[in-house]
Structure formats: C-alpha cells, structure tokens
Ligand binder design. Structure first.
Ligand code: BES
Ligand code: MN
Ligand code: MN
Length: 515
C-alpha cells in the first residue's frame, strides 16, 4: 500500500488483484474506493484509493504535467510510429496495432476498456467510473490517418516522428493522434494522482474517420446506452490562428464520388483514330467543368435549394476576425485566392458549399509522350456541403446533370463514396462556457467562435442519436499540413491542449448533470 499526501489531500492506494467496482463519487470526500476493471499493464493493479480532505487542485495537477513533458511527448511519438492508414489494406495490421496501443494506454491508467471489432477497423470504448450528480462526457477521436504519399515531399519520413523547431512532424501528428491524445493524457495523469475525476469520461476512438465512419454510424444506435452522455468533446480541428484559440461550432458536410468515363475498348493511336472518336479524357473534363461556372457557382439542378444562409450575426462576427487574404494566399503558394463571387474567404471556407476534383486519371502517366486516345478516364471528386443540404439529394441532382452533359460516344458510371451532412453546434450550452474558460486558462487568450470547412462525418449522428451537445476544441493550427506532406503538431500546443483538457474536466465537473 502506498500512502501519500498532496496539500490537505491524503490518498492511499492498494495494489490488489482485479475486482468489481465500488462507488466512485468524488463528492463523498471522506471515503471513496474504486475498483477499476482493468489491471495495470505494469503488472501492478490499482484497485482503490481512500481520499480525505479537499481534492488536489487542478493547478497542482498542471504542475505535475509541466515537470513531465518528455514522457507525455514520448507517448505520442510511439503512437505516431504506427502507420495506421485506414484506406490502405496493406496497413490492416497497423490499424490494429494503433488501436491496441491506445487501448493499452487507457487500461494502463485504470479505465475499463473494450476493443469493439467492426466490419472494418476496430474501435475502442473506454470509461472511467460514473459520478452521480455530475455530467458525463464522451471524448471522440480517430486513430486512423490519411495516406502519407507523396513520400518524397516529406523532409523526414512520415512514420519516423521528429521534433524540429518546436514542431513534431509525422503523419497523424495533428490529425488526429496528437490532438486526441491530449484528452487521454489529461485523464491518465489525473487518475495517476490518485484522485477521482469530477465527472465520468467515456472515450470512443475509431479507426475509420478518414474513410467516412460508416461502421461507427451503423453501430451507433446499438451503442446509445453505453455512450449516453451530456456532451461530446472532439479535438480534431484547429485554432483560428497562431495565438488565437477557437471553439468550432460548425463543420461542413461532404459527398464524395468516383466518375469513370469509358470510350473505345482499348487505347487507340491518336493519329489513325483522332477526330473520329470521342476521347474519354476530354469527355470527362468537359463533364467535370460543366459542374461549376466561372463565378464559382455549382450547376447541379437544385444544389442551392437547401443551403442555409449565414445569419447577419455570423457575418458580422466573422468580419471581426482578423483575416489577411494576401498572407493566406502567400502561405499556400498562390498569387490570388479564388472562389464563389460575393463571399469572403471565411464565408467561402466555412458556410458555402463547394466542388473539388481530388484526383484525375487517364492515359499515359509514364515518362515521355504517348500519342493515344485513352480507352478510359476517371476522376475522384467531392462536394463540401453545408446545413441543410442532403448528400442523397445532391447525388440525385448530380446524376441528372451528368446525363444531360454526356458527350456522345462515351458511357459513364458513378460510384458514391462518403456522405455526411453539415453540422452546427449549440453555442449557448454551459459546456461551451466551461470550454471557453478552460481554453482561456490554458492558452492565456479567450477563444473565438468559428466554423470550419472540414468534415467529421459522425458528429451530426452524435447530436441525433445521443441527443447531446458537441464541443469541437481544436488544438491544431491551419498550417499543420493535415492530409499533406510534412504534417506537424506544435509541441507547445500539445502541452497546452493537455492542460486545457485537464482544466475542462474540472470546469465541467462543477456543472450539474443534465444541464
Ligand atoms: N480532422 C478532419 C476534419 C477537419 C478538417 C475538421 C479541418 C476541421 C478542419 C478529419 O479527419 C477529416 O479529414 N475528415 C475528412 C472526412 C472525409 C474523409 C469523409 C474530410 O474532411 O475530408
Ligand atoms: Mn481528423
Ligand atoms: Mn483528416
């Protein structure tokens, strides 16, 4: 047995074999014994502690975080070494390993943990004991990452994490392993201090976010009871700018497709046949460019019917956010920004629907030229959607549009990928206030409210199925190179994220359940 004291807080830990669970309510301060289900990976088993006096203050916890940064960083580096690319079947073992890694981390801290298999990649469900009278929070995040290609554009290999100039470089550093781990670390460290959390935390960590979360979406109704909560916390987005943290209250939805255009039964000599047959690559590019006009307006019938307009308040609030279009253009290496006429950059990125070609394939890709009419051409493309657009309606409109814009002499087929609706969070919730206070304490600046243009397909399902509030707390920066070569996460943002997370538990713990 280990007995220790921090300020007026005295705790005793017993190391005994695995048992059931007992009342973990931290508010019953004189005696609280907790038997986590899962043994420590070290072989030691913490089954309980007795607490007297007041709780160790959150600032004392923050001090312990400060003094142990290397260990916090080493954990992330280890996790980032596992190339858990969900879209690539060659990495199936790695996704399992990444899943197991985070499951072990959580069970090592005494949470009860389950790995749930799915038809695709497994997910982790873990929880701390319930705290009667206090809120329950689900922390959601993903251990899967995007493919790292093109590899030659990385300064150091994507799965050999390296710290340079205060940034940790690796695929998944910001999206989402680094950001997600902040919450795991804050909970693990909190439990290590031997005191109970002032709320119940459930982790839901999946391995298919980057491929649309279809299996989680299918399982969510079955998990409704187990995931019952007051609020979902997600760190998988960005701060508004360096030095300006943010809370994200809106995300765009998405609809993705692959269009194939077929012509002759095999590649043809473009001299012998050119002019007499439709070239599938030309047909494809004509069909694609018919989808958008020169003012950035999408041409699919009915596409804008359900688009919810920005409110005047939002427009005004966004005008107050610092935005330097020239610097923004320069940072991404273009001379000038472009987009739908009549909207500002943030409006275009956050509240307007868009069309993008994500990949184009046809004809000769190897060295030198080859004078052919390719037999086939294909494109991967996507629409970002905004509330209240419906991906299925968009697909129906798209098919109609393609039918009307198919050049003679080719055939097309369309594969639908992911579909997700856009999301708007409740900005008046007490959880928003708690998060704002926590971020201000950790970052020294109070956060601004923003929307973002990316998509997290499952969030609107959380709102619908779990009926809870959503808190999107982005610790990353918009120049973190998510999905790009040289993805990074600033080491200080990782530490600040852990601190903000710990303070958030303290703040939410002060709220009553079902607020
Ligand atoms: N973390 C991102 C979502 C995101 C990006 C939120 C930027 C806020 C700002 C997430 O991992 C992601 O990349 N989602 C995909 C979903 C798609 C593959 C279905 C996306 O947005 O492309
Ligand atoms: Mn992500
Ligand atoms: Mn992503």
């Amino acid at each position: 047995m280990l007995v220790y004291s921090t300020g007026s807080n005295i705790s005793a830990r017993f190391f005994l074999p695995r048992f059931g669970r007992f009342d973990p309510n931290p508010r019953t301060r004189f005696l609280s014994i907790w038997f986590p289900k899962t043994p420590f990976s070290t072989g030691e088993i913490l089954i309980g502690h007795i607490q007297t006096g007041r709780h160790m203050s959150v600032s004392e916890l923050l001090d312990t975080l400060q003094s142990d940064q290397q260990r916090l960083l080493d954990d992330l580096i280890q996790w980032l070494r596992i190339p858990s690319v969900s879209s690539d079947s060659r990495h199936i073992d790695d996704t399992q390993k990444a899943c197991q890694w985070i499951a072990d981390k959580l069970s090592g801290a005494g949470l009860s943990v389950e790995i749930l298999p799915t038809e695709g990649h497994p997910m982790v469900l873990a929880e701390t004991p319930p705290v009667p009278g206090a809120p329950t929070v689900v922390v959601y995040g993903h251990y899967d990452v995007q493919p790292a290609e093109p590899l030659n554009q990385w300064t150091t290999p994507p799965f050999e994490p390296e710290v340079r100039d205060g940034n940790l470089y690796a695929r998944g550093a910001t999206d989402d392993k680094g950001q997600l781990l902040t919450h795991v670390q804050s909970v693990c460290r909190w439990l290590e201090t031997g005191r109970p959390l002032p709320l119940q935390i459930k982790f839901l960590i999946e391995g298919e976010e980057e491929i649309g979360s279809a299996n989680l979406e299918r399982l969510l109704p079955e998990l409704r009871e187990r995931l019952a909560c007051d609020c979902v916390v997600i760190s998988d987005s960005s701060q508004y700018a360096d030095g300006q943290p943010a809370i994200t209250y809106g995300l765009r939805g998405i609809a993705t497709y692959e269009l194939q255009v077929d012509g002759p039964s095999q590649d043809l000599h473009s001299g012998s046949f050119g002019g007499a047959v439709m070239n599938p690559a030309i047909a494809l590019t004509q069909m694609l460019s018919s989808l958008i006009d020169s003012e950035g307006r999408i041409q699919i019938p009915g596409y804008y019917d359900d688009v919810r307009d920005l409110t005047d308040t939002e427009r005004r609030q966004w005008q107050d956010l610092p935005q330097d279009d020239d610097a923004f253009a320069k940072a991404i290496g273009v001379d000038e920004l472009a987009g739908e006429l009549g909207f500002s950059t943030n409006e275009r990125r956050w509240a307007r629907p868009t069309f993008d070609i994500n990949g184009l394939t046809s004809g000769h890709q190897g060295e030198g030229g080859k004078t052919i009419i390719p037999a086939t051409a294909s494109a991967k493309f996507s629409f970002r959607l905004v509330p209240d657009q419906d991906p299925e309606k968009v697909t129906a409109g798209l098919r109609k549009h393609l039918d009307q814009h198919t050049p003679t002499g080719v055939r097309w087929s369309l594969k639908c990928g992911h579909g997700a609706v856009g999301m708007l969070a409740n900005t008046d919730s007490p959880f928003m206030k708690a998060a704002s206070d926590a971020i201000e304490q950790a970052f020294g600046v109070s956060p601004v409210l923003i929307r973002e243009g990316g998509s997290i397909p499952i969030v609107t399902r959380f709102q619908e199925v779990l009926g809870c509030d959503c808190l999107l707390l982005g610790w990353g920066l918009s120049d973190d190179n998510a999905h790009s070569p040289n993805e990074k996460f600033r080491v200080d943002d990782y530490f600040r994220g852990i601190q903000a997370s710990a303070i958030l538990w303290d703040e939410i713990g002060k709220l009553n359940a079902n607020t």
